[in-house]
Ligand binder design. Structure first.
Ligand SMILES: [Zn+2]
Length: 466
């Protein structure tokens, strides 16, 4: 009887575990992921040259060695994109795992390590691209190879995509792929950079996971003021430098209207549940109808990015005019870095700026848009549920926060093309400055291995046949 009961328990257990991922050879997968990341860092794919072919040659060799077919696509010689696909039974639409192989440039004299050395020291991997974005490329590749090696039965195709030119706006990378080879990457869901776990340094535990579900749309513009040129000894009424200075000051002093969406509402609501009362009450006030500017400004004190995600932000970044101390110039200009909320209408935006500037002599000249406007990815589907299930099961007490990035990633092009793209990456210890786009960029090994596990579990839950 006891034996029978035990068998029933075992059978039940294995039934419930049957819906879980199989266990791959973790030791191999971890060391492969580390080696792949180090190998990728050693390939100098820095912008503006890019030379992403160095990375795609390497990735192609790795895929070929394990018998996975791949294709490469070039918008321009040397700026190569790579796609590999392992087949599912076709009952669901594909899952896309993507990362960018290009990196930003370096100032080597300010580094303590060779930026293209891939030094592993004190539990950290140093090098340009370690955190942005070669760790994600490496893990995406290794997860795909492990699915293939272990012959995991899949309901969906799983596609690996390594793109060029993300740091340049994606023109030769994701935009080129979406516009010219969409059938190669069409998917229901995509996992990309743009989210991460946050680790409490005192406990080593994950306190939350931000999952990128939305991002702002960059819409830069130039302001141009024109006036009468003349001698610096004779004041004029229409001094162009005066006009541009007034316009810029008005824009800085007048934030645009606040607006929440599903992502930011859920973000502040969940954050409030986990933070000390003084901080939580700010989030609760923000969620009430029409909070005043003083309440909104409290967000800026907690985290300047929180003030940015509740509105279209307008930030002057360049101002220019004049060339000689005794000459009144005939024009002066300024550049605005505008980050629009998802769904914001650009025509309405220019109208609002015109009203704030309130000076007909100032022209607003919109600049080229490199990232398309798009709607946020949904919070109710198999992919987001997988994040919630897996992250909270492996890290009880950690909160899953759907997040809106103030910056832009390749997810913009994917979401605009109808793919629900989510940002997720290796965990970061709170208070760390991991040098993304700066000096001594690094990734911690332990959160990197945890990210590998989480990516394996996510991929299995969403794409595996159960
Ligand atoms: Zn990146």
């Amino acid at each position: 009887m006891r034996f029978i009961l035990l068998s029933v328990v075992v059978a039940l257990l294995s039934f419930s575990l049957g819906t879980r991922a199989m266990e791959p050879d973790w030791q191999r997968l971890e060391s492969d992921s580390l080696n792949t990341l180090v190998d990728l860092i050693k390939l100098d794919t820095s912008q503006p040259a890019g030379n992403e072919y160095l990375a795609t040659d390497y990735l192609g060799k790795r895929l070929k060695a394990e018998g996975v077919d791949f294709k490469t696509f070039e918008a321009k010689t040397g700026r190569t994109n790579i796609v590999a696909r392992i087949k599912g039974n076709g009952s669901k639409r594909p899952l896309l795992l993507l990362g960018h192989t290009d990196v930003v440039t370096v100032e080597p004299e300010n580094w303590s390590f060779d930026p293209f050395g891939g030094t592993v020291k004190n539990g950290k991997i140093f090098g340009r691209g370690a955190a942005d974005d070669k760790g994600i490329v490496a893990v995406s590749l290794e997860v795909l190879l492990a699915l293939h090696r272990n012959k995991v039965p899949l309901d969906r195709d799983v596609i690996f995509l390594g793109v060029a030119d993300e740091e340049g706006g994606g023109g030769l990378g994701i935009t080129y792929m979406v516009e010219n080879h969409f059938e190669e990457i069409a998917a229901e869901f995509a996992l990309n950079e743009g989210g991460r776990g946050s680790i409490d340094p005192s406990t080593g535990k994950y306190v939350n996971f931000s999952i990128g579900t939305a991002e702002k749309t960059p819409r830069r513009a130039r302001l141009l003021a024109s006036g009468t040129a003349g001698h610096g000894s004779v004041p004029t009424r229409d001094n162009a430098i005066g006009a541009i200075a007034r316009a810029v000051a008005r824009l800085v002093d007048t934030p645009l209207k606040m607006e929440l969406n599903e992502t930011t509402r859920t973000f502040f609501r969940r954050l409030a549940e986990t933070r000390p009362e003084a901080e939580a009450s700010v989030y609760r006030d923000i969620l009430k109808p029409n909070p005043d500017l003083a309440t909104q400004a409290k967000l800026q004190d907690i985290n300047p990015a929180f003030f940015s995600i509740i509105r279209t932000s307008v930030v002057p970044t360049i101002i220019n005019g004049g060339y000689q101390r005794n000459v009144i110039p005939s024009s002066a200009g300024a550049t605005l870095d505008i980050r629009a909320l998802p769904g914001a209408d650009p025509e309405q935006l220019w109208e609002e700026l015109r009203a704030i500037i309130d000076d007909d002599s100032i022209q607003i000249i919109p600049m080229k848009v490199t990232r398309p406007a798009h709607d946020p990815a949904p919070l109710q589907n198999d992919m987001f549920r997988a994040f919630e299930d897996i992250l909270t099961e492996r890290h009880p007490g950690a909160v899953v926060l759907p997040s809106m990035l103030t910056g832009a990633t390749d997810s913009a092009q994917l979401r605009a093309a109808g793919i629900a793209a989510y940002g997720f990456g290796p965990g970061v210890v709170l208070g760390d400055n991991n040098g993304i786009h700066g000096n001594d960029e690094y990734l911690r090994v332990e959160p990197y291995f945890e990210y590998l596990r989480l990516m394996w579990l996510l991929t299995n839950q969403v794409a595996g046949s159960h």
